[in-house]
Design a protein around this ligand. Sequence first.
Ligand code: 5GP
Ligand code: ZN
Length: 116
Amino acid sequence: MAECIFCKIVSGEIPADKVWEDDHAVAFRDIRPIAPVHVLIVPRAHRESFADLTAEDAPFLASLARAIGEIAEKEGVARSGYRLISNTGPDAGQEVFHLHVHLLGGRPLGPMLKKA
Ligand code: 5GP
Ligand code: ZN
């Protein structure tokens, strides 16, 4: 998508600190990290969110699973632990409408959600 910031990162049109990539997925460091390890894993193809995926996206899901394991090892959080978050839609506060999974770790992350 022409105006999508993550499509531009995937294509290399705008720079990002890429940490992992294969034919279906790309991972790069979040520009405003909220933990010592804060990596975003995205599909190369533009998909708005998990709600936008179909059976055709199975190869991306396989890459995502591999990316999670390999990035956690590489970033040194495989044993200490990490959290995966994918904000989907307004109640989740999704800001960038190109599917992304946050991989967060490197410190105790506290409770999963603040009480409303
Ligand atoms: P969301 O709230 O949609 O789950 O999170 C979007 C994330 O993308 C935010 O954590 C934000 O810091 C990150 N982000 C937004 N623009 C850029 C960018 O241009 N480069 C990188 N590396 N991260 C970005
Ligand atoms: Zn996109």
